[in-house]
Design a protein around this ligand. Structure first.
Ligand SMILES: Nc1ncnc2c1ncn2[C@@H]1O[C@H](COP(=O)(O)OP(=O)(O)OP(=O)(O)O)[C@@H](O)[C@H]1O
Length: 247
């Protein structure tokens, strides 16, 4: 459904994405992992058209996204840090978003209800705690019943009850056949919510296969030690590259 074909992106001299090839299919849930600064958010923003790759192309349902915005309507995006006009009240924000999508007649209000956002609809966005702001971002991502959900560190900053509510919602959408991409450093969440693992390292796709294969290849029966092994392999790769450079 989403094809990332040989995309590369540099910020200044830094090569952040190097010749990425990735496929994301409906009905699967992908864990996008990698150390800080490995390019996860840049990849997500490229798919959303918020970052323009230097080369390569991204196709959604077989069509290049370049110069198009309509495809975005199929995607619900929960950013790592949601930025909203600080004087705008929660209720006004939801009304504005709904006005921007007049063709949508039915909303998914599961998270609005479970996070009890209606009760605080008159609070200004600028006065919200980080976690409440995350709840608003999550509720907005699901509001228009998108076919694709892109969730950047979705559980960061949420209290344990909210985390469970959001995870149950993601599971529900997954069962309904949505395509889900999640970046997170919380491996337990990823193990519960995803079936495919993508591990980025220094701007390259270091691993891209099912979680079952990841466990097989690393010889680890559990997700967390399997990822730890991948990380060790990347460090070895880095050391050997360094010694080659110094030779
Ligand atoms: N707009 C930008 N201008 C310059 N450099 C940028 C920009 N956006 C990202 N970068 C750099 O690109 C690299 C990758 O950043 P990115 O946010 O994609 O990483 P990440 O894997 O999502 O990291 P984290 O786990 O910390 O969220 C970083 O070194 C970052 O500083």
């Amino acid at each position: 459904m989403i094809s990332v074909n040989s995309i590369s992106k540099k910020f200044g001299k830094q090569q952040v994405l190097h010749d990425f090839e990735l496929r994301f299919e409906a009905g699967h849930s992908y864990a996008v992992m990698g150390p800080n600064g490995s390019g996860k958010t840049t990849l997500i923003k490229s798919i959303l058209g918020m970052v323009l790759p230097d080369s390569g192309e991204i196709l959604v349902d077989g069509q290049s996204i370049q110069g198009h915005t309509a495809y975005r309507q199929q995607i619900g995006y929960m950013p790592q840090i949601g930025r909203y006009p600080s004087n705008m009240k929660i209720g006004q924000l939801f009304s504005m978003m709904k006005d921007m999508r007049p063709e949508v007649k039915e909303y998914d209000l599961d998270l609005v209800n479970q996070f009890e956002l209606e009760m605080i609809k008159d609070k200004a966005m600028g006065t919200l705690s980080g976690g409440t702001r995350q709840k608003v971002s999550a509720a907005l991502a699901f509001l228009f019943q998108p076919k694709v959900l892109i969730l950047d560190e979705p559980t960061a900053g949420l209290d344990p009850i909210a985390v469970e509510i959001l995870k149950a919602k993601i599971q529900k959408e997954r069962k309904e056949g949505k395509l889900i991409l999640i970046t997170s450093h919380i491996l337990n969440d990823l193990e519960e919510l995803t079936d495919q693992a993508i591990y980025l390292f220094e701007g390259e796709v270091f691993f891209n296969d099912s979680i079952e294969s990841l466990k097989e290849i690393t010889g680890e029966g559990r997700f967390s030690p399997a990822i730890a092994k991948l990380m060790q392999w990347t460090l070895k790769k880095k050391t050997s590259t360094k010694s080659l450079t110094h030779a």
